[in-house]
Design a binder for this molecule. Structure first.
Ligand code: ZN
Length: 679
């Protein structure tokens, strides 16, 4: 914790140009981004600029949507692992009642573990999916649990405290029990070896057969089979336990519906009111056809400034990519910055028509990509505390093809990352020379934002599937290959003179900053997130390694990318940026072909050959160099606190925002105020 204090103080000093505290106004008070630091995590704050300028009705709308977002928290915890809620309640009980020595090794290990569990919404690392290793003893745990009043424990009916300890101890302490939340390793039953809670008692074969049977051949508007349910086998029968009012997670979903109804009452536009109503209907019935109808209405409503995501959306948590985790995010448009994405999306067809893929895989007519830069107001579910920086929805390919997609760049989040990272010495340690450092200092902020814009609003939306090819044809490699496709589209066009012509880029070297960072990250620095001896698992990391490793090997003859050794340290050097762009284009062509044809075998081969393995020597070197910099490889956020202000008659007069809440404080408040599935 000391390190954290030092870095926060240093940051506050660095950011404060005015040293006379006494005369500072509220606006001049330096905003402290760092909130907490533990294990491999740093927790930051983000600002919500422009909130004060919204209308009262917009603020009220955001407040209700925020509540609808926060109240779904327990769903994700339970989806991630069936023991998560019981473990959280037990750990929080200990944390709040502990009266022993807070400097003891056991307590320090316990506190770190709880902070990790909070951050990951469960006992598995949010990114590596590995179960956390607790640095406190089983005995300490048992002793503390026994010291708690029974009503503060998640005891099942008839369960004794000893039985609870026996039940939870192996889940927490035995590394072989529920070792991985999402297992992607080839050759084993991915369902049985994954600790997530999307399946109960079924094998991978049974899951695949169950959903294969559901598919209607020739259906051009298929629902997202299995998206919002748990697949259960009981008494020999396999059935879906659907997430809905009256079904699985009903107590949480009822509250979501309550707040959505309030939001519908102050919706900005008719279209928004209609899609909120549709979403409520879907939550009440669990009918995935209604979810598609909602998605279409949502994507077509572009008139409102306030917007949100609230539902079962992304399927990274399921090795088969069927089941979606619950997530929520509320935002409002940033009109100035949205100009950039508007220009790009208006030209979507131009990019699509020239993309370096076989013309038959291109979209003949790109449908309404609405891209905007937004200001995040709240993060929840699978977007919290670790958050994406860009979102492109809906996920159903046929809806995207027929109705387009909405793409957003979360600029206040990116901004917080950048501000918090300024001056941490990272580029100085890993970049090849001052030339690359200057490139990144000058152009990376814009290049990164453009990369996100292009990835989200053009990349994911580009291309088309051949008739009869299903969304999930690439199975466990689908996410990796889809992210690679979007990244390659972005990388390829980032270097296109068209961006200068469109006025979004001024200096023709801008793309080089992104290319350099991308290659340095893909081949070296992202390895800081991997523990020694482990493979690359996470889809986005696999995608980056795939792209860079492939480009490195394919460009070897021309020495496009080079490893250079200097003073015992390894650096990457890009010798030919133009050729690298060509390579990105070529790989995009191949991955688009794989996606369009549903060529599972070719996709698997690419992933297995280029995305998973790396040089352990280099890994060790990178970890050593990184450790010296003292930077947390993963970052996430606490939310601001919104308060509804009412007059004596109960009318809403304002919504205020406060940024002072701490990390543990926020987690405990959420557990107290938004407990729905575990009281
Ligand atoms: Zn993506």
């Amino acid at each position: 914790m000391n390190k954290f204090l030092i870095s926060t103080v240093a940051m506050a000093i660095a950011m404060s140009s005015c040293t006379n505290q006494g005369t500072q106004t509220a606006e001049e008070t330096p905003f402290v981004y760092g909130v907490d630091k533990f294990a491999d995590i740093e927790v930051l704050r983000y600002r919500v600029p422009g909130f004060e300028d919204l209308s009262l009705k917009q603020k009220e709308l955001i407040y209700y949507l925020n509540e609808a977002a926060l109240v779904g928290r327990d769903i994700l915890w339970d989806q991630n692992c069936k023991y998560n809620l019981a473990i959280r309640k037990t750990l929080e009980g200990i944390y709040q009642n502990y009266s022993g020595d807070k400097n003891s090794a056991d307590y320090k290990g316990f506190e770190e573990y709880l902070k990790q569990v909070w951050f990951a919404n469960g006992i598995h690392h949010h990114y590596s999916m590995d179960k956390f290793t607790p640095h406190f003893s089983k005995e300490f745990f048992a002793e503390q649990v026994k010291a708690l009043p029974a009503e503060q424990l998640p005891l099942a009916e008839g369960q004794t405290v000893e039985q609870l300890i026996d039940e939870l101890s192996p889940v927490i302490f035995d590394p072989t029990v529920m070792a991985k939340r999402v297992n992607q390793a080839a050759g084993v039953d991915l369902i049985k070896t994954s600790a997530n809670n999307y399946y109960d008692g079924v094998s991978q074969k049974e899951v695949e057969a169950f959903y294969a049977k559901m598919k209607v051949p020739g259906d051009t508007t298929p629902i997202s089979y299995g998206l919002n349910s748990k697949l259960v086998k009981k008494d020999g029968k396999i059935y879906e336990d659907v997430y809905k009012v009256g079904g699985l997670y009903s107590p949480a979903i009822e509250k979501i519906v309550y707040w959505l109804e309030k939001a519908a009452g102050v919706a900005e536009t008719e279209g928004m009111k209609n899609y909120i109503d549709k979403l409520i209907e879907y939550y009440k019935t669990g009918d995935l056809k209604l979810f598609d109808e909602y998605s279409i209405m949502w994507v077509e409503e572009t008139g409102s400034s306030v917007d949100f995501v609230n539902g079962f959306i992304e399927s990274y948590g399921d090795p088969l990519g069927l089941k979606a985790s619950w997530e929520a995010m509320v935002n409002f448009r940033n009109p100035e910055a949205s100009h950039r994405t508007a220009v790009i999306s208006e030209n979507a067809q131009w990019f699509e028509d020239r993309s370096p893929v076989d013309p038959k895989y291109r979209k003949p007519e790109v449908k309404g990509i609405s891209a905007k830069v937004i200001t995040t107001a709240i993060l929840a579910g699978d977007c919290y505390p670790s958050t994406p920086i860009g979102i492109n929805l809906p996920n159903a390919n046929w809806i995207r093809a027929a109705h387009g997609s909405k793409s957003v760049t979360l600029e206040n989040i990116t901004d917080a990352y950048n501000k918090a990272a300024a001056g941490n010495g990272f580029n100085e340690e890993f970049a090849y020379s001052q030339e690359e450092i200057d490139l990144m200092n000058n152009y990376l902020e814009l290049a990164d934002n453009l990369h996100t814009d292009l990835h989200e609003c053009l990349g994911h939306g580009s291309g088309q599937l051949m008739p009869g090819v299903h969304d999930d044809a690439l199975k466990e490699h689908g996410s990796t290959l889809e992210e690679a496709r979007a990244d390659l589209f972005a990388l390829y066009y980032l270097a296109d003179p068209k961006l200068i012509e469109l006025g979004v880029v001024k200096n023709p070297d801008t793309y080089k900053a992104e290319y350099y960072k991308y290659v340095m990250n893909g081949l070296m620095t992202q390895l800081t997130r991997i523990e020694p001896g482990k493979d690359i698992e996470e889809a986005h990391m696999r995608n980056r390694h795939l792209i860079c490793q492939w480009a490195y090997e394919q460009g070897k003859a021309d020495n496009v990318i080079e490893y250079v050794k200097r003073d015992g340290k390894t650096y990457l050097k890009i010798n030919d940026y133009g050729k690298l762009r060509e390579l990105f284009g070529r790989l995009l062509g191949e991955i688009q072909r794989i996606k369009s044809e549903g060529d599972y075998a070719a996709g698997r081969d690419l992933v297995e050959k280029y995305a998973v393995k790396f040089d352990p020597e280099l890994h060790k070197e990178v970890l050593d160099r990184y450790a010296k910099l003292n930077i947390a490889p993963y970052k996430g956020f606490v939310n601001p606190v919104y308060t509804l202000v009412t007059d004596e008659a109960g009318n809403v007069t304002d919504v205020t925002v406060d940024y002072t809440e701490g990390y543990a404080e926020q987690m405990l408040r959420y557990s107290r105020d938004y407990a729905t599935l575990m009281k």
